[in-house]
Design a protein around this ligand. Structure first.
Ligand code: ZN
Length: 286
């Protein structure tokens, strides 16, 4: 009896510790979308590929969702900065839109700006494309377990590429006196309002499969599109703070009204981009 109690206590301690670690890890990282949004993107993408890529479409949603948050909850802790830079690309570091100064080829970019700079300013499209190639290889080998995990990771990077604040040097509003905006937008997105975002996100039309060879270009294009939304998101934050304290209930109500349409569309784009990348990795060479 006593042993059983002790076992149970130990088990609940383990569960609690795990929960506490997750709780501690999550808010300490500036992660693009909230974790719930990342899970939704993977689940929605699985719906979209259900028929054409059953290896991923039939995967348990919880497994895909767990893998989709891993880059934030596990990989960043394990690999530190090396992983961190894979989640963004500060396009405007390289000049104004349409960012022609930045070669899309990584080696050319490093030749022009130096490896250090290219690493520091973010490597999302290059890294995301390498994950897409890995997914293709795992699917070809029939290693469904590994493929589902990799697919979740790819969903994460694809979603980060659609997040406006992951395409700019001003990612936390630090250059415009809006420090903390990243966290505020994220908080706004992971709370109970996620339902409202996802209902609207559903309306973004699916797109054609993207083979791994096209993943780099597609992720660059996603970041460029997301960059167009940086201005509106920062403006919504400024307008929300007018005459009230940043972080007040009124502030959040206004922020929600100001960004819901834009961010719901971005979330929908994240899901269809993920589905297209999955399908491309799934069907290429068949
Ligand atoms: Zn991320």
């Amino acid at each position: 009896m006593r042993a059983r109690l002790a076992r149970r206590a130990a088990a609940s301690f383990v569960a609690w510790t795990a929960a506490a670690l997750v709780a501690l890890a999550a808010p300490s990282e500036a992660s693009a979308w909230g974790l719930a949004a990342h899970r939704w993107v993977a689940a929605r993408a699985a719906e979209l590929v259900r028929e054409r890529c059953p290896a991923l479409g039939a995967a348990p949603r919880s497994a895909l969702g767990d893998a989709a948050v891993e880059p934030d909850t596990v990989l960043k802790r394990r690999e530190g900065r090396r992983e961190g830079v894979r989640h963004f690309l500060n396009l405007d570091h390289y000049g104004p839109p349409p960012f022609r100064g930045l070669p899309r080829d990584r080696r050319a970019a490093e030749a022009r700006f130096g490896r250090k700079t290219v690493e520091r300013e973010g490597t999302l499209p290059w890294w995301g494309a390498s994950v897409a190639r890995r997914l293709r290889d795992e699917l070809r080998r029939g290693d469904v377990g590994a493929a589902r995990r990799t697919a979740g990771h790819l969903a994460h990077y694809a979603a980060d590429a659609t997040m406006p604040l992951h395409a700019t040097e001003n990612f936390d509003g630090q250059k415009t006196g809006q420090r903390g905006v990243h966290r505020r937008v994220e908080a706004e997105l992971v709370d109970e309002d996620l339902d409202e975002y996802t209902r609207r996100a559903w309306q973004v039309a699916p797109r054609r499969p993207i083979a791994p060879g096209g993943a780099e270009g597609a992720l660059f294009a996603a970041l460029e599109q997301a960059y167009e939304r940086v201005g509106p998101v920062l403006a919504a934050d400024r307008n929300a703070a007018r005459g009230t304290k940043v972080g007040s209930r009124l502030y959040y109500r206004r922020l929600h009204a100001g960004i819901v349409e834009v961010m719901a569309e971005q979330l929908g784009r994240a899901a269809v981009l993920t589905a297209a990348l999955w399908e491309g990795a799934c069907t290429v060479g068949r």
